[in-house]
Design a protein around this ligand. Structure first.
Ligand code: SF4
Length: 344
């Protein structure tokens, strides 16, 4: 079966900005950067970020030497910001612990910040040609359909991994890893798989049964919890806006924010929101709400606006037209837009 897949890959390999062309040696820096960016993010969303990063920081030496804030700012909009902080930490660890060369085994790659099992396997296979079992959602789907696995995800993961392991060849490890991921991304798609074009249809149990779309089976997800918070739109008399850095740990860790109070299940009343403000001010209720849906949280924000006389400890003041220079995550940009729309 690997032979059929590799033959298909040789004819249909996707040309992606981070991939080596046939005959070229893959660059571990590009493989690593792209794999981190592609976690939970689409190829279309990643492409411009990848190009920008590569232009600004063409190798791991340059990225390790960059100020963290520059990296976070360049990452803004791509989401899952812990990835950006780990990216920077990882570049520094490669310089410090490995003399500027990415290690070439899964075991050593796993020691680096932000590199988990999937990414270590992908780098080992694609950049260094080592046999490695690369499991992502695409590969899980293909394995579940090939074998018509009745166990739902996530419980089925070990079984799917064992099946993928049994199929993974020694030869052409990097091409095989990319081929099986491509098959899942372009042919064995979640809906309407294009089985007629699939090199594995002769061996596929779900194709034979005609129920490929029913696999992989999934355990129903609980609803996302709704959390409520208040964002404090604080300005100085000269109109500059106050920002604060969020704690390193937790959601949006280390990113700049329009200060918010505790995110909690109960909505905040106006009086208690005023009491919970980071500084005393004459707070005005800014009408309307901002909603932002994270993977695991549905956040609803109320906005209060106030003018303060001096910069409180732990905050910085930024001119409104310079807010784009700060590493503001998407939810904070929504707050800025909402406040500006309301004439603040
Ligand atoms: Fe997926 Fe269809 Fe190929 Fe089976 S035959 S692996 S269901 S695309």
């Amino acid at each position: 079966m690997p032979a059929e897949l590799l033959a298909w890959y040789d004819r249909h390999r996707r040309v992606l900005p981070w991939r080596a062309r046939p005959g070229e040696v893959a660059d571990p820096y590009r493989v690593w950067l792209s794999e981190i960016m592609l976690q939970q993010t689409t190829v279309a969303a990643v492409a411009p970020y990848f190009a920008n990063f590569l232009q600004r920081w063409p190798d791991v030496t340059a990225l390790a030497a960059a100020p963290l804030d520059d990296v976070l700012t360049a990452w803004a909009g791509l989401g899952y910001y812990a990835r950006a902080r780990n990216l920077h930490k990882c570049a520094q660890a490669v310089m410090r612990d490995f003399g500027g060369e990415f290690p070439n085994t899964e075991a050593e790659l796993l020691k680096l910040p932000g590199i988990g099992g999937y990414t270590a396997a992908a780098i080992a296979a694609i950049a260094f040609g080592r046999r490695a079992v690369v499991m992502d959602g695409n590969v899980e789907r293909v394995m579940a359909r090939l074998h018509r696995i009745a166990t739902p995800l996530p419980a089925a993961k070990p079984e799917l991994r064992a099946l993928a392991d049994a199929l993974t060849p020694e030869a052409r490890a990097g091409d095989y890893a990319q081929a099986v991921m491509d098959l899942g991304a372009t042919i064995c798609t979640p809906r309407k798989p294009r089985c007629a074009l699939c090199p594995w249809r002769g061996d596929c149990a779900a194709f034979r049964a005609g129920d490929a779309e029913d696999y992989p089976r999934k355990t129903p997800k609980p609803d996302r919890p709704v959390l409520h918070a208040v964002a404090y739109w604080m300005t100085l008399p000269d109109g500059t806006v106050l920002l604060r850095r969020r704690p390193e740990q937790g959601l949006l860790g280390g990113m700049m924010e329009i200060p918010t109070n505790t995110w909690r299940p109960e909505p905040w009343g106006l009086d208690e929101a005023r009491d919970a403000a980071p500084v005393a001010a004459k707070w005005r209720d800014l009408p309307g709400k901002v909603r932002h849906v994270f993977t695991h949280i549905d956040l609803r924000l109320t906005l209060l606006g106030g003018v303060v006389q001096k910069i409180p400890a732990g905050m910085i003041a930024a001119p409104l037209d310079k807010l784009g220079d700060y590493a503001l995550p998407s939810v904070m940009r929504k707050i800025v837009n909402a406040a500006v729309r309301r004439g603040e």
